[in-house]
Design a protein around this ligand. Structure first.
Ligand SMILES: [Zn+2]
Length: 355
């Protein structure tokens, strides 16, 4: 034994140019016999790099028999506030692999590294653009959650500044006065689009939502709570809405708006407004309200996975194909039949690690 150790040391330590041998990658894992929502039953292969792999399994891979269980991609929450309510680790263990942070003070942006806050993939807006003393500076957001601008030039420069600081999406407050004028809204949207950033609008009323569309905003940060007129619904066709139903009481008018927006060709993205809401995981109440608004089980699943992955550019999330991150939920029921099962996964894996 001593001889063997000596030999190892001689082999590893000898020579003047000491080169550490590369660590062997972990051998990987096979999830055997899982059901997918496309009807297939498969063995899912997870490589040592935390990504899904095509077969055959790596030599030495462990096998976990999950026969009869369902596996779906981990979720994306398209509206959170992690500076206001730090919950990134809770989100990960609750089945959320990525999120979009739609208002935080500028220093929060410096905490992101390679588009991640810890292990959570995150797209962040930094402070929302607003008028001096506008929403949310006079209320919950006085500590840097709003970026005040009095004119179009300031609005355009603010977008450039936020991008320099690390913002990858822009948020506009369009609500009761004081509020940005049309020229400022348009200048902000143009500056964001020049930089390939999407623009989310906080607009809860009908006229505000129509202004947001006219200025060129891409996505409603919330389902508006006041009844939307046909012209507003038409103006949003082909754009997107983030649900956040529970955070605003999930009143009948909001549920009707979400159904009408969706019927009119608006993309629906699951989002909770975490910080305003307090559920630090996939929110079963939000899923239930999506069902009430008319989404079936598959549509609910897609609003939290495939659709936001494509919309926000989380290219390695949202589906279970070889090469994508092994970020997934193991479920004991078919989420197409019982979408609320998504909020109580039996297991959660993020980037190849059980959480
Ligand atoms: Zn919010």
């Amino acid at each position: 034994m001593r001889l063997a150790l000596l030999c190892l040391c001689a082999a590893a330590c000898g020579g003047s140019a000491k080169v550490e041998p590369p660590l062997p990658a972990p051998p990987g894992l096979v999830l055997r016999g899982v059901k997918l929502v496309d009807g297939r039953t498969v063995d899912l292969i997870i490589g040592g790099d935390g990504r899904l792999a095509a077969g055959p399994p790596p030599v030495g891979a462990r096998t976990l028999d999950l026969t009869g269980m369902w596996v779906v991609p981990a979720f994306i929450d398209s509206h959170v506030h992690l500076a206001y309510l730090p919950a990134e680790n809770d989100l990960l263990s609750g089945g959320v692999a990525a999120a979009v942070d739609l208002a935080a003070p500028i220093p929060f942006l410096a905490r992101l590294q390679d588009g991640r806050l810890g292990a959570l993939r995150l797209l962040a807006a930094g402070p929302m653009l607003t008028a001096p003393n506008g929403y949310p500076l006079a209320s919950w957001g006085k500590d840097g959650y709003g970026f005040p601008c009095a004119d179009a030039r300031c609005a355009a420069e603010a977008v450039a500044e936020l991008e320099r600081r690390g913002a990858r999406v822009i948020k506009l407050a369009i609500t009761k006065p004081p509020v940005l004028d049309d020229a400022s809204l348009i200048a902000a949207v143009d500056a964001a689009h020049q930089r390939h950033m999407k623009v989310a609008a906080h607009a809860l009323g009908d006229a505000d939502a129509r202004r947001a569309a006219m200025a060129g905003a891409d996505v409603l940060a919330h389902t508006p709570v006041a009844p939307l007129q046909p012209a507003t619904l038409a103006a949003w066709r082909g754009r997107a809405v983030i649900s956040t139903l529970v955070a605003f009481g999930a009143e009948p008018a909001a549920l009707a708006n979400l159904g009408a927006l969706r019927a009119g060709g608006v993309i629906v993205l699951y989002g909770t407004d975490l910080g305003n809401s307090q559920t630090k995981r996939i929110d079963g109440e939000e899923l239930a309200k999506l069902v009430e608004a008319g989404l079936d089980g598959l549509a609910v699943l897609e609003a939290g996975t495939r659709v936001p992955a494509a919309y926000w550019g989380f290219a390695d999330l949202g589906s279970l194909e070889p090469g994508k991150e092994a970020s997934l939920l193991v479920l004991d029921k078919n989420p197409q039949v019982d979408p609320l099962t998504l909020a109580r996964p039996a297991r959660v894996m993020i980037r190849g690690e059980w959480r």
